[in-house]
Design a protein around this ligand. Structure first.
Ligand SMILES: Nc1ncnc2c1ncn2[C@@H]1O[C@H](COP(=O)(O)OP(=O)(O)OP(=O)(O)O)[C@@H](O)[C@H]1O
Ligand SMILES: [Mg+2]
Length: 307
């Protein structure tokens, strides 16, 4: 049997002219933490809403647990726990009371379930504090407790660390990891912060303008594009033209400060250097650098900084 928990086939969601999700082929395997990484407006929330059958795709298909979401939503959805938008908790009830109400609504009201889920996220059971008095971190925890209360196999969490302070983020990370390692959940989590995702995820999907640019295990991704040649050069634009013409590559970026990064580590630096100089350029620096994952992400999502 396939270990694919989520699989989308050419999934597309179009709003007016814009394809917010564009031919997405997402593959989330059993027991993994899959990080969907993308900048604001990349299509993360839309993707998750599609997976949860909260909105209809324009085209394409979604399979979860090997079943088609359109045909088997009633069987699939109870096996998923999600946090997409802030759940509508009652401000003047305690966290425990809120969970009790939701569990009654869902028809799964067991004290153990509520207690266990609160314990997992580090909130006290039966505490008197009202939801309105909760800090943001506590609110986020309660939302996760709600998502896991019915012991789902799959969790879909949209930016669960958004707005949390560094300690809150670290705590959230540790119990998400626990849900994966101890409780064996498959987890799809989104973020716009690469450093967060790379500390947590086993697999990473990079989404940009609705397109999945990359889908890899973190290990493979970290090995990718490790090295680049960094030149400081009198006219990087002229150098860029030379690279295209003489070396038949566009795999470089020109940056401020006469800087040029070339992501072709098979090209000998000495040869490039000589060619630039022969074409009248002045090279003041040439060295091989390690590429961080951050650089890679920045490069494939269009240059500007993120997170
Ligand atoms: N209901 C809608 N109607 C029209 N456009 C929409 C709708 N929902 C989302 N969009 C557009 O789809 C694109 C993707 O939005 P989405 O919310 O999925 O991005 P995101 O990756 O979750 O961003 P963020 O990091 O800001 O949460 C955006 O351009 C957004 O404006
Ligand atoms: Mg979003």
């Amino acid at each position: 049997m396939s270990d694919m928990i989520i699989e989308t086939i050419n999934l597309t969601k179009q709003y007016g002219e814009q394809k917010s999700v564009n031919n997405l082929n997402l593959q989330v395997r059993q027991g993994r933490i899959y990080g969907l990484l993308g900048r604001n407006g990349a299509g993360k929330t839309t993707t998750m809403k599609l997976l949860l059958n909260l909105t209809n795709p324009t085209s394409g298909e979604i399979r979860i647990f090997g079943k088609n979401i359109k045909k088997d939503a009633k069987k699939i959805l109870p096996r998923i726990g999600s946090m997409i938008e802030a759940p509508g908790f009652y401000p003047n009830l305690t966290g425990t009371e809120n969970l009790k109400i939701f569990s009654l609504l869902r028809g799964t009201p067991t004290r153990d379930a509520i207690q266990n889920s609160l314990e997992t996220v580090g909130l006290p059971y039966g505490d008197k504090k009202l939801f309105t008095q909760y800090s943001l971190g506590m609110k986020q925890r309660l939302a996760i407790a709600l998502a896991i209360m019915h012991d789902p196999e799959l969790l879909i969490l949209d930016e669960p660390v958004n707005g949390l302070d560094p300690i809150g983020i670290a705590e959230m990370r540790s119990f998400i990891r626990e849900l994966s390692s101890i409780k064996k959940k498959t987890i799809l989590i989104s973020s716009h912060i690469l450093s967060e995702i790379s500390l947590l995820a086993d697999d990473i999907g990079i989404i940009h303008h609705g397109v999945l640019l990359e889908q890899e295990s973190l290990v493979n991704l970290e090995e990718k594009n490790e090295k680049y040649l960094h030149f400081i050069i009198s006219d990087p634009f002229q150098a860029a033209r030379i690279l295209e013409k003489n070396f038949n590559t566009k795999n470089f970026i020109v940056e401020q400060g006469n800087s040029l990064r070339i992501y072709e580590d098979h090209l000998p630096a000495a040869l490039l250097n000589r060619t630039f100089v022969e074409n009248g350029l002045e090279v003041s620096e040439a060295r091989t650098c390690e590429n961080s994952l951050e650089d890679y992400f920045r490069r494939i999502t269009g240059g500007e900084g993120i997170g």
